[in-house]
Design a protein around this ligand. Structure first.
Ligand SMILES: Nc1nc2c(ncn2[C@@H]2O[C@H](COP(=O)(O)OP(=O)(O)O)[C@@H](O)[C@H]2O)c(=O)[nH]1
Ligand SMILES: [Mg+2]
Length: 400
């Protein structure tokens, strides 16, 4: 799973990445600090099933801290997108190309309005974050449209010959963009266009289609960042009307994670509160900052918003569920005896057989049935899995 972090320069993308991944990429208050896309491993957070079952687990593909399971998700901080990046402005196309493999996007917006459309610092409160959202959606739709338009004439001719093949022919041309056939179908349905007559589509039709394709293939969450600044509250209200929005202070999360790592406070990513370990030892200034984070962010929103953004992207926007594959249904373990070793993030609606394929092609090919370890029930290949299911796949070989 790959989540792209996008937004104009100076909105806080790198700070978000550093907070989520505890990386140390350079943060600075001028545009184009970042040239290459920067990667990190972030985590989604769930209450681990180990707690409910009262077992001690040995996580392998994820981390469990006191009953809180963190499941890795790859993040990519794509450097500042500026208006008309799709035409190659700024370092436009290169940035957009970095997004090809992304399954979803987190749009980090400067909710405090202290940067203009290009990311240059301006008087706080004078920038318009709603405009930022509109511009970015347009950039991505235009980028998609441009890719679809390559060889459009040829595609339309081919579709006329082979009616009913639009999605098949188009998906070939969009390879590498992590677009699924169902995404194309959805985009066609939502834009109400006739896939048998693409020649009759107008420029506007194409744009609408590109926009719907973006929504289906690269769904987006808006992270309203810098809520620690006074001018953010008024903008947050407006932004809330624009889709899935999570208020956040990437800077606050970064500080909390760092201080936790240094042993100054007790705090896990996504906790609604923190504890100062040695209050008498911390400098006055630091205490002041921590008090502000507690009062103005945690007590008000219940989170700093970084973990919440990742969770909402994966479980809300992408509609994923978490499933634990095991080999021993009594001990909930793999064949080495590791209890609840792995958690897989799979789309809601995934069947037992599809899970087998997600684990290993061989396991899918030789699939017999599955067993729900919590209920002991046997599941057929078509049985849909539920969130937090513990599943044993029974296969002719490579049993798991
Ligand atoms: N007040 C505040 N400043 C932030 C926050 N996140 C980032 N910044 C600041 O915004 C500036 C740009 O941050 P950076 O992460 O480099 O933005 P990027 O260009 O989008 O990668 C830096 O001065 C950061 O310290 C936040 O949550 N609150
Ligand atoms: Mg950056």
């Amino acid at each position: 799973m790959l989540v792209g972090i996008v937004g104009k320069p100076n909105s806080g993308k790198t700070t978000f990445l550093n907070a989520a991944c505890l990386t140390e990429y350079k943060v600075a208050e001028y545009p184009f600090t970042t040239i290459d896309a920067q990667q990190g491993t972030g985590y989604v957070r769930i209450d681990c099933i180990c707690k409910e079952l009262g077992v001690e687990d040995n996580p392998k593909n994820s981390i469990c801290v006191d009953g809180v399971r963190y499941i890795p998700v790859n993040l990519l901080d794509v450097a500042g997108l500026v208006p008309d990046a799709w035409q190659g402005r700024g370092l436009g196309n290169q940035f957009l190309d970095d997004l090809r493999r992304a399954d979803a996007l987190i749009h980090v917006v400067d909710a405090s309005g202290s940067t203009d459309l290009e990311g240059k610092p301006i008087e706080p409160g004078t920038g318009n974050p709603e405009e930022d959202v509109e511009f970015l959606e347009r950039e991505i739709a235009m980028w998609f449209k441009q890719i679809i338009m390559r060889e459009w004439a040829k595609l339309t001719r081919e579709v006329e010959v082979a009616k009913g093949k639009f999605d098949e022919l188009l998906i070939d041309r969009l390879s590498g963009l992590a677009i699924k056939r169902t995404d194309i179908k959805k985009a066609l349905q939502n834009s109400k266009l006739n896939p048998d007559k693409p020649k009759s589509w107008s420029e506007d039709d194409l744009y609408n289609f590109a926009q719907e394709l973006q929504k289906a293939a690269k769904p987006m969450l808006i992270c309203a960042n810098k809520i620690d600044r006074k001018t953010s509250a008024q903008n947050l209200e407006k932004l809330n009307k624009k889709g899935n929005v999570v208020p956040a202070s990437a800077l606050a999360e970064y500080m909390l994670r760092k201080l936790a790592k240094e042993g100054v406070i007790e705090y896990r990513a996504g906790d609604p509160e923190f504890k100062v370990l040695n209050p008498e030892k911390i400098p006055y200034k630091q205490k002041e900052v921590l008090d502000r984070i507690r009062e103005e962010i945690l007590n008000k929103y219940g989170y700093t918003g970084v973990q919440e953004s990742l969770n909402q992207t994966v479980f809300g926007v992408l509609n994923m569920i978490a499933v634990y594959p095991v080999e021993d249904v009594n001990k909930y373990s793999d064949h080495h005896g590791n209890v609840l070793p792995d958690v897989y993030l799979v789309p809601k609606g995934t069947t037992a057989r599809e899970l087998a394929y997600a684990i290993h092609t061989d396991l899918g090919d030789t699939f017999i049935n599955a067993i729900n370890a919590k209920t002991g029930k046997t599941l057929s290949g078509n049985a849909e899995l539920k969130d937090k299911d513990i599943i044993r796949i029974v296969a002719a070989k490579g049993e798991r």
